[in-house]
Write a new protein. Structure first.
Length: 394
């Protein structure tokens, strides 16, 4: 980790172009969930405290390089002002004179940067226009770091650059889980389909000591091992791929945990008739919707023997009861071990975050990433352009 932080740069009197992610949900013209807005507050406050002038750059929705009035970032202004406890100046266009007129203590938000075609094209001339506005660049948008855009990547090469507080926290947490983790490391990959997580599975077999494969994707592995999975969600055409992943794991010394018993139900519906059966004895007319008690116990034993846990994807159809049981029970065990100081636990992914909320363990895990696509690409071992640009430094 070789990037700078806000502590490493002199910001007094400097304009700090600050990339944030405030792409928040909006209903009836109002921000309906301000989580992303409240999470950037420490960065903005610290810039102000060091005498800097924060100029916030962000995108909203997908205007695709054109001015789409319904996608104005102005809609976030009241929530932003409330979170910061101070007025925020909105610059609709003509950014240069607006920034030049900023007073000490002032915070400015620029209009949706994706209104400009140069943003997503990472056009060097547009990146230079952005750089010309400021003295320093601060990137606090980890969740946008998997995109090489002018405001996330291009401009980082043109100004002295640093990570904001949120970016810093995210990178430290992720490094603790996969960069330089305390071993043994156990990973859980669950969710619906193998096909969406091939690169993830294959990367993890080379990185972790134990890999739990759960959820719908475990069915593909069970079928590849010759078990009848009945009417379960299963990608039968990926049997060879599944066997190749198991072979890779074995070559890398990564132990695989697949379900030994499962909850087999008559239909995909809350309260559907169900029974616990061995993974090799699923009735032909049933579908696997969750992991069984023996599997849950084996997963918890794996947690107890591990020092680090990294988790993406639920172990069952957690949206419908009682098929949330394995996900919630193992999540609570991980939460307890973390609170006892025995486990570093990091998780991310859209449905995973929802499942962990449902388990009420959000405050117990070491870190839960809400970064979505950027988190998955990081977990796949990919270089995130926005992070790489910070590391190369300037
Ligand atoms: P994430 O968004 O955290 O990356 P995914 O989108 O990959 O997770 O997977 C979540 C979905 O997987 C959930 O909708 C869940 O219902 C589904 N799922 C998990 N186990 C099963 C199963 N056995 N059968 C069908 N769907 C499942
Ligand atoms: Mg999902």
């Amino acid at each position: 980790m070789s990037w700078k932080t806000l502590d490493d740069l002199d910001l007094a009197g400097k304009v700090v172009l600050t990339r944030v992610d405030i792409n928040v949900p909006v209903q009836d013209g109002r921000v309906s969930d301000d989580t992303r807005i409240t999470r950037i507050v420490p960065t903005v406050r610290d810039i102000l405290a060091k005498g800097g002038k924060p100029v916030l750059v962000a995108h909203f929705d997908r205007p695709k390089g054109k001015v789409v009035p319904e996608m104005t970032l102005r809609v976030t202004l009241p929530a932003l002002e409330a979170a910061l406890g101070q007025p925020v100046t909105f610059a609709r266009e003509d950014f240069k004179p607006a920034v030049a007129a900023m007073m000490p203590g002032e915070v400015m938000l620029l209009e949706n940067i994706r209104f400009f075609p140069g943003e997503e094209q990472n056009d060097p001339a547009f990146a230079q226009d952005l750089a010309d506005l400021a003295d320093v660049y601060c990137n606090d948008a980890f969740s946008a770091a998997h995109r090489a855009h002018a405001s996330t990547e291009g401009v980082a090469h043109l100004l002295p650059s640093c990570a904001g507080r949120l970016m810093e926290a995210e990178l430290r947490a992720l490094d603790a889980a996969l960069g330089q983790p305390a071993r043994p490391v156990v990973a859980i990959v669950g969710g619906a389909k193998v096909s969406t997580k091939l690169e993830l599975l294959s990367h993890l077999t080379r990185k972790v000591d134990m890999l739990v494969i759960g959820g719908g994707m475990a069915n593909t592995f069970l079928a590849a091992q010759g078990h009848d999975v009945g009417r379960s969600l299963c990608e039968h055409d990926l049997a060879d791929t599944a066997r190749a992943i198991l072979a890779e794991a074995s070559a890398a010394g990564c132990e695989i945990i697949l379900p030994s018993d499962v909850i087999a139900a008559t239909e995909f519906a809350a309260g559907a008739e169900h029974a616990t059966v061995a993974a090799d004895a699923v009735p032909g007319d049933r579908m696997i919707l969750d992991a069984g008690p023996d599997t849950i116990a084996r997963i918890i034993t794996a947690f107890e023997g591990a020092k680090t846990l990294i988790w993406n994807g639920p172990l069952g159809a957690f949206e419908i009861t009682p098929f949330d049981h394995a996900t919630l029970t193992t999540a609570r065990a991980a939460g307890r071990l973390t609170q006892d100081g025995r486990l570093v636990s990091v998780a991310g992914g859209g449905d995973t975050v929802a499942a962990l909320n449902q388990a009420q363990v959000t405050d117990q895990f070491t870190y839960i990433s809400t970064a979505g696509g950027a988190f998955l690409e990081w977990m796949e071992g990919k270089t995130l352009p926005g992070v790489a640009a910070l590391e190369q430094g300037n």
